[in-house]
Design a protein around this ligand. Structure first.
Ligand SMILES: Nc1ncnc2c1ncn2[C@@H]1O[C@H](COP(=O)(O)OP(=O)(O)O)[C@@H](O)[C@H]1O
Ligand SMILES: [Mg+2]
Length: 287
């Protein structure tokens, strides 16, 4: 649906300073229907790439190709099919939340009647309905994030691009946002969102794009990455006296240990491949 082909971008803060590569020949693609997590430490280049995708900034070289059969042929049509939440959403502070959403909706040609009901549905779902008639200037960071999130998706875009959507939210807000991202994706919205928190991506995505200092480190299935980086050990879990125990065994020990446990009075709970978490693997492949 979207292809990034060898995207490079340099920055130079002052002419006497050396240029540095914010993005070095980054290539990957996002397919229709995917929920893709875009991971990288602070300063890795995530926002820079997202700005190129949104055409707010231009790469020095490389190309971003949009599938015209899905997103349309011209800039205007493509834009109308994309929803975008910037890292620091600029919300007009003198408007109320409701006025801002009405304005955002009118920009993307949502009909007035439809818009009012969408504002009601989404603001209740995102739990900002209580503050809709207050001025944005009094909103906390998390409240602004919620409002920005609604404005990105109110026109039902086919493709949603979110730059650190979970930052600034309380734990319940994070959980709700993740649930909504999953739901939207289940309904068919393709989603690309950046995060510097590995566990958030691991929790809801099947696919990850991981960059480090402007270079692509990994792009693909999370499950495959985890299996590829796992050892050949297994973990057997069992219960004795209401306490859970786990032992690590190798392939040859597996059967004999399981037989031993099954023959005793122990409550066997499970057998699993000993997997590293995505976070542990990312530390490993970075080195
Ligand atoms: N407009 C700019 N001018 C100079 N340097 C920039 C500019 N935008 C980003 N950078 C630098 O590019 C690098 C990547 O930044 P960014 O894409 O914001 O990272 P991330 O979003 O992954 O935290 C950082 O070192 C940042 O300081
Ligand atoms: Mg960023």
């Amino acid at each position: 649906m979207i292809q990034f082909l060898n995207i490079s971008k340099k920055f130079q803060n002052n002419f006497w300073e050396k240029e540095f590569n914010a993005l070095s020949s980054v290539s990957f693609s996002i397919n229709q229907g995917e929920l893709v997590g875009f991971l990288g430490a602070n300063g890795a280049g995530k926002t820079t790439l997202i700005k190129c995708l949104m055409d707010f900034s231009r790469q020095d070289s490389g190309e971003i190709v949009f599938d015209s059969t899905i997103l349309g042929n011209n800039q205007a049509e493509i834009k109308s099919n994309i929803g975008y939440l910037p890292e620091r959403a600029y919300l007009y502070q003198h408007l109320t939340g409701r006025e801002f959403l009405e304005y955002a909706g009118s920009l993307s040609n949502v009909s007035r009647n439809n818009l009012n009901s969408l504002i009601k549905i989404w603001s209740e779902k995102i739990q900002i309905d209580h503050a809709l008639d207050r001025h944005i200037r009094g909103y906390s960071k998390g409240m602004q994030q919620r409002l920005g999130f609604i404005s990105a998706l109110i026109h039902k875009p086919k493709f949603l691009v979110l730059d650190e959507p979970l930052s600034g939210l309380d734990p319940i807000g994070r959980r709700d946002f993740k649930k909504i991202l999953k739901e939207l994706n289940d309904e068919g919205t393709t989603i690309f969102f950046s995060s510097h928190i590995v566990s958030d991506v691991e929790e809801i995505c099947k696919k990850v794009v991981f960059i480090e200092k402007g270079k692509l480190i990994y792009n693909g299935s999370i499950e495959e990455l985890i299996l590829k980086n796992s050892n050949d050990m297994y973990v057997i879990s069992y219960e004795i006296d209401n306490k859970i125990h786990q032992i690590q065994v190798n392939e040859t020990q597996k059967i004999s240990k399981l037989t031993e446990l099954l023959n005793s009075k122990i409550n066997l709970l499970g057998l699993e491949k000993d997997k590293l978490s995505l976070e542990e693997i990312i530390y490993k492949i970075k080195k």
